[in-house]
Design a protein around this ligand. Structure first.
Ligand code: GLN
Length: 543
């Protein structure tokens, strides 16, 4: 490759007309196609809100908070990036307006601007450009794909679009703009309508940015006429009008984009030759297995945000990955923990072959989670407790097996007589909420001969965390001599990371979040093994 060919390309993915068109999935699919052609790519999300990160956001506001290896609390789209690419992301992959302003204001206070008036242009836009180019430093990647959150035309995304406009001048053909829009179908007129796309491209043009490629989300195929019309009005070639038709699985999108030649258009604009065929064999095999399951397994996910699948995005995706590994479709039954509290446990959980108790914070629904665990433990139903789910499993065991009445976590009941889950000493002095939990990857040593060891087939693992409270080691001996053992511990602090009940077909609680590490290329062993156990449970029931 010549020097020009090898320089990092910057691709921007903007969105028009409406939110929720799937910019994250389009970005991840494009990166996947480039990766399949042998290029290296990373994806970054720029979020135009003022929060420093989504760590303090309620899941109702913004769905799940995804945690990276380096402990950044980030947008859930980063989960898609990792799941598609099997490459880890970091704090640098998610920047918010809050973080940009914080950095500029810190510089101003330090006197770095030497008396200048600090303004949106150039100081904020310079900071945005700096964050974008940071990922391209040292030529770590052939492509840096930057997804701009929000919809073009929003007041808060203006500085980001302006930064793209400036970068076009600086980077020339190393800068490509992909604009995702909606082509709605009007049932009454029986027609696809291009006007919203025309308007959103016009808005981009008013800001001085001409998109290179338009990805058009649609429920009906776009015929040549429609593509030509969009091309004519929006100042792009017809080949650069890409159809993105609704599909039943996000994992099919890279294959749809391949058919539509999105990657070829990008390479052309970047003046790079699409000189090889993309290797998507294992991806295609995955999609094939996903679409041809041999059976369906029902798993209950007990949590308090059941109306909102996005709140548990990574868990749901991990179950999809694990299902394909087991040749089955996992049907997730969302069960509201507060509903269980009304004494409905059996009705709500009848017929499921596995139970997951979800991560979470606060008191609401906690007794429902504990009842679901009693049900799983006593009926020998495969059970996986994640973070708060693991903490609930130990509370349940303390109360019902060790007879420690009113045992609890000090998060929910600060003066419980039996604080089996307690806040860490270092956490007690912390008053700020943002970014102060035990966050990111920590090592865990696994005990030989345990179920955890069988699952991981490894004595040393590393998993990602996001919590303040921990198992209280004062009670460990009592737990272990009564049938619940610590099968994973942190090698430096001795904190308990995995609890299991050996005398149960499959009962594990993990203090960490395995769901952040499951990818299409590497489904997470805990989920794969859990779904297998659920499958065995189901088979046992029918035999
Ligand atoms: N609320 C619990 C804690 O802070 C669990 C957190 C979680 O499930 N992520 O320890």
């Amino acid at each position: 490759m010549s020097k020009v060919e090898s320089a990092t390309r910057y691709i921007f993915v903007t969105g028009g007309v409406t939110s929720s068109l799937g910019k994250g999935i389009i970005s991840a699919s494009l990166a996947k196609l480039l990766q399949a052609r042998g290029y290296t790519a990373t994806i970054q999300k720029l979020d135009p809100y003022i929060n420093i990160d989504p760590g303090t956001l309620n899941p109702y506001e913004h769905g799940e908070c995804y945690v990276t290896e380096d402990g950044a609390e980030t947008d859930l789209d980063l989960g898609h990036y990792e799941r598609f690419l099997n490459v880890t992301t970091s704090q640098a992959n998610n920047v918010t307006t809050g973080r940009i302003y914080q950095s500029v204001i810190d510089k101003e206070r330090r006197g770095d601007y030497l008396g200048e008036t600090v303004q949106v242009i150039p100081h904020i836009t310079d900071e945005i450009k700096h964050c974008i180019k940071l990922l391209g430093e040292d030529h770590k990647y052939d492509f840096v794909i930057t997804e701009i959150g929000g919809t073009v035309g929003d007041i808060e995304s203006l500085p980001y679009i302006e930064a793209i406009r400036q970068l076009r001048w600086e980077l020339g053909n190393r800068c490509i703009v992909v604009h995702l829009t909606l082509v709605p179908y009007l049932a009454a007129a029986k027609e696809l309508k291009t006007k919203p796309t025309q308007h959103s491209v016009k808005t981009m043009q008013e800001y001085g940015v001409q998109p290179d490629i338009l990805v058009c989300r649609t429920e009906k195929p776009l015929n040549e006429n429609i593509k030509n019309k969009i091309a004519l009005f929006c100042n792009v070639s017809p080949a650069a009008v890409i159809e993105s038709i609704d599909t039943d699985s996000i994992y099919r999108v890279p294959l749809l984009m391949l058919n539509e030649k999105l990657d070829i258009q990008v390479l052309k604009k970047a003046q790079m030759s699409p000189n090889c065929t993309p290797d998507l064999q294992s991806w295609e095999e995955f999609v094939n297995r996903l679409q041809n399951p041999e059976k369906t397994i029902r798993i209950a996910l007990v949590g308090k945000y059941v109306e909102l699948m996005d709140a548990y995005k990574s868990i749901i995706e991990s179950l999809i990955h694990a299902g394909t590994s087991n040749k089955c479709k996992v049907e997730v039954k969302m069960v509201h923990s507060e509903q269980i509290e009304n004494g409905n446990t059996e009705n709500l959980l009848a017929g499921v072959s596995g139970i997951i108790v979800a991560p979470g914070f606060g008191e609401r629904g906690i007794e429902g989670k504990i009842s679901a665990i009693t049900y799983a433990r006593t009926n020998k139903i495969p059970f996986l407790g994640i973070c708060l789910g693991m903490q609930c499993a130990t509370i349940e065991f303390a109360r019902n097996v060790l007879s420690l009445n009113h045992a609890h976590s000090t998060e929910m009941l600060p003066d419980t007589p039996y604080p089996v889950i307690d806040i860490m000493e270092q956490q007690k002095k912390i008053t700020l909420k943002g970014g102060t939990m035990r966050l990111g990857a920590f090592a865990c040593n696994i005990k030989e001969g345990t179920k955890a060891y069988k699952i991981y087939d490894n004595l040393n693992i590393s998993e990602r965390h996001r919590h303040r409270y921990e198992f209280n080691n004062k009670y460990l001996e009592q737990f272990e001599s009564n049938g619940m053992i610590a099968s994973g511990r942190n090698p430096d602090t001795n904190l308990v990371e995995i609890m299991e009940i050996p005398d149960h077909p499959w009962f594990l609680g993990v203090q960490f979040h395995p769901e952040y590490k499951s990818t299409v290329a590497k489904p997470h062993p805990l989920f794969v093994n859990f779904v297998k156990a659920a499958n065995d449970f189901e088979t046992g029931k029918t035999n």
